[in-house]
Design a binder for this molecule. Structure first.
Ligand code: SF4
Length: 346
């Protein structure tokens, strides 16, 4: 079964753990029939595997298993203050897939979860049901933006990587089309863009491409497509009229000549894509809850984990002076070539 050429090893999904309650969901059946060589293990509750203590997420990252479960908790969450909210009053996120096949050294999921296995919640229809309820609730309260919701659906994974085993994108495009009051944002580093070409662009669906200098990609974004391939994918969808944001996030301190490297990076973006067609650009330096950083240090020995960050209100990030310098520099380079009213900084 080929899901994505760039990030599948023979060992990926060699095992599928299935909650007994997740049996008989169409999504479970479709996935198990596609991954028909995987060994299936039945479990009572996904937390037996996903939240078990004393796991080694570093080793699991090399050959992750898949867990299929039913979400019996919350479906939609208020957006974190550490994320860009685009000044949206009703900014939410959801996570029907948790964890990722890419391997970014700075990924907060490595600090947040005990496991690196990939978790799918198969009761997607319950997510749509809950969203419809939320839209109706907000619609009746004009002070809450008359029903308008901004929903990010891929903070806790790069969902486009899984299109080969289930057509998640189609489900969300159908939902967005039927619910114009909701704006759906899909974040990605992948170049699995071709499925978008099967649909007409939607005003209320935004694809946010996360991009970094090629040096950062090679050192800290393992298994991800090169900058050139990402820009090519962006350019294709821009030409078709899709709404695209760029996320220059996290901006990393990559040595003393970081300004030069980020300047070169911004120049290369402007040469490869028509920036005037980009809907918005978001900027942010690396930041992470301090507890997550502790787990990074324990299991993932990247230099990213060991920078002397400063911690304020439980969040670790670069010292204030460096942080401001980094944001101001990247912002000033961007505003030379892009409308600054569409640049958002967190
Ligand atoms: S692409 Fe995003 S979700 Fe996936 S590992 Fe990188 S930072 Fe984490």
């Amino acid at each position: 079964m080929k899901i994505s050429k760039q990030n599948y090893t023979n060992e990926t999904f060699s095992h599928i753990y299935i909650e007994k309650d997740a049996l008989n969901y169409p999504l479970t059946n479709e996935i198990t029939s596609k991954l028909n060589k995987s060994k299936i293990v039945y479990i009572d509750n996904y937390n037996e595997i996903f939240s078990r203590k004393n796991q080694n997420p570093f080793l699991q990252k090399l050959s992750p298993s898949l867990i299929l479960a039913v979400n019996k908790g919350d479906f939609i969450y208020k957006g974190s203050p550490l994320c860009h909210d685009f000044e949206q009053q009703n900014f939410y996120y959801t996570n029907f897939i948790v964890n990722c096949l890419f391997d970014c050294d700075y990924c907060y999921l490595k600090g947040m979860n005990f496991s690196s296995h990939i978790l799918f919640f198969v009761n997607l229809s319950d997510y749509f049901h809950e969203l419809s309820r939320l839209i109706n609730e907000i619609k009746e309260r004009p002070e809450r933006g008359q029903g308008k919701i901004y929903l990010s659906i891929s903070y806790d994974s790069d969902i486009l990587l899984f299109e080969g085993i289930y057509p998640f994108l189609k489900e969300w495009i159908d939902f967005a089309e039927a619910n114009p009051l909701i704006t759906i944002e899909i974040r990605t580093k992948s170049t699995n863009y071709k499925k978008f070409l099967n649909y007409s662009p939607l005003e209320n669906l935004i694809i946010t491409w996360s991009i970094s200098p090629q040096e950062v990609i090679e050192k800290y974004e393992k298994n991800t497509p090169s900058l050139e391939r990402r820009l090519m994918a962006i350019s294709q969808l821009l030409q078709k009229g899709w709404k695209i944001n760029l996320a220059l996030d996290p901006i990393l301190y990559i040595g003393e000549n970081w300004q030069e490297k980020y300047k070169e990076f911004i120049n290369s973006i402007s040469k490869k894509i028509n920036l005037q067609k980009i809907n918005a650009i978001t900027l942010g330096v690396f930041r992470i809850p301090v507890d997550y950083l502790k787990r990074f240090k324990k299991f993932f020995k990247s230099p990213i984990a060991f920078f002397p960050y400063q911690t304020t209100n439980g969040v670790s990030t670069y010292p204030e002076e460096l942080k401001s310098e980094m944001i101001e520099f990247v912002y000033s380079e961007l505003e030379k070539i892009y409308n600054k009213t569409n640049i958002y900084v967190v």
